[in-house]
Design a protein around this ligand. Structure first.
Ligand code: FE
Length: 231
């Protein structure tokens, strides 16, 4: 899928993070050849993340919200010159352009959610993979310090948005983005994300975003997926 960028005029250089997005959004690759984005399957069942995230939350989040972004994106792009672009290419092409804000928001939200599903797992490994652990030690000191900084970003994000662990050059860092924005336009490589829109937790935690953030960080993070994104 990295070739899709160069196939559209090479407006942006192809950052290595496109490889990651291809991995997370593999389910959309084939159907997108027809100019239609599809909702990729969840990597687990709707009740697999209970009791941290209920089946009811996951059902609304995936089947209504995530699907809504994909459907809206198709309604905005099918039949236009942008229909041939992959999600990643759309995000890069429309970022920072007010006339394309609605397309950017829906493309980024479609991409962010697929990435988020893969960041969670019902079976969390006891240890962080060695390659990632080494990076975490270099950048944060230890896993606990990373979790603390990540939780702070997730909790302090004002309003809707996302917390991220990204690879910035050779260092890891935590960042947060508002609404549908993500690290791809900044050419940063995302390793992990956490959705802090209210729809991600309100049915289970109401206003207690902090409880949701800490529960997910302690029980559901797919460290193997994060490590695989190091490339
Ligand atoms: Fe969401």
């Amino acid at each position: 899928m990295t070739s899709t960028l160069s196939g559209h005029g090479g407006r942006h250089s192809a950052p290595h993070n496109l490889l990651i997005s291809s991995q997370a959004n593999r389910g959309s690759a084939d159907d997108h050849a027809a100019g239609v984005h599809v909702l990729p399957p969840l990597p687990y069942s709707l009740n697999a993340l209970e009791p941290i995230i209920s089946a009811k939350t996951l059902s609304f989040h995936y089947e209504k919200h995530h699907k809504g972004y994909v459907d809206k994106l198709n309604s905005l792009t099918v039949g236009t010159p942008l229909a041939d672009l992959t999600l990643e290419a759309l995000i890069l092409h429309t970022a920072g352009k007010p006339e394309h804000l609605e397309i950017f928001n829906n493309a980024a939200q479609a991409w962010n959610h697929t990435f988020y599903w893969h960041c969670l797992s019902p079976q969390v490994a006891a240890d962080v993979p060695a390659t990632l652990h080494r990076k975490i030690k270099e950048s944060f000191g230890d896993v606990g310090s990373l979790k603390k900084e990540f939780a702070q970003a997730a909790i302090e994000q004002f309003g809707s948005g996302w917390a991220w662990l990204v690879l910035d050059d050779s260092r890891l860092r935590v960042m947060k983005t508002a609404n549908g924005d993500d690290p791809l336009p900044k050419h940063l490589r995302p390793l992990l994300t956490l959705d802090v829109w209210e729809h991600a937790y309100y049915l289970d935690y109401q206003n207690r975003r902090s409880d949701y953030v800490h529960a997910v960080l302690d029980k559901l993070i797919n460290w193997e997926f994060a490590a695989s994104n190091l490339g």
